[in-house]
Unconditional design. Structure first.
Length: 120
């Protein structure tokens, strides 16, 4: 249940394009709230709210440095989300492989039936 809540928070945070842009920027290195807000044309208050959502989800870590707040990526939650995605990716790949095998078998059976029917 706790893992489910963490995943819900992670995916909810990732659902917003602004927050995904913040994560992409932080992938280049740490940045202050001011540095994150400027290119987005956003107020500091608005940016702080986005960063807080990311921090609550464990995707970002912040620390006060002097008069500014430095942000950096926190990878633990992304690892959890990636493990969840990978599990379902493998599950669907197996299912689709089975479906492909079924259609291949059916196609081969139909081809053999047609070929045998034409020979007679």
């Amino acid at each position: 249940m706790v893992q489910q809540l963490a995943l819900d928070a992670t995916f909810a945070a990732l659902a917003d394009s602004t927050r995904r842009e913040i994560l992409a920027r932080l992938g280049e290195g740490p940045a202050s709230i001011t540095e994150l807000a400027a290119p987005a044309g956003m107020t500091l208050t608005g940016m702080k709210k986005h960063v807080q959502v990311l921090e609550d989800a464990g995707l970002v870590v912040t620390e006060k440095v002097g008069r500014s707040r430095q942000c950096r990526l926190g990878t633990e939650r992304l690892d959890d989300a990636m493990a969840w995605i990978t599990f379902y990716q493998k599950l669907w790949e197996r299912r689709l492989d089975g479906l492909e095998a079924y259609f291949t078998l059916r196609t081969n059976q139909n081809t053999n039936t047609t070929t045998n029917g034409e020979s007679e």
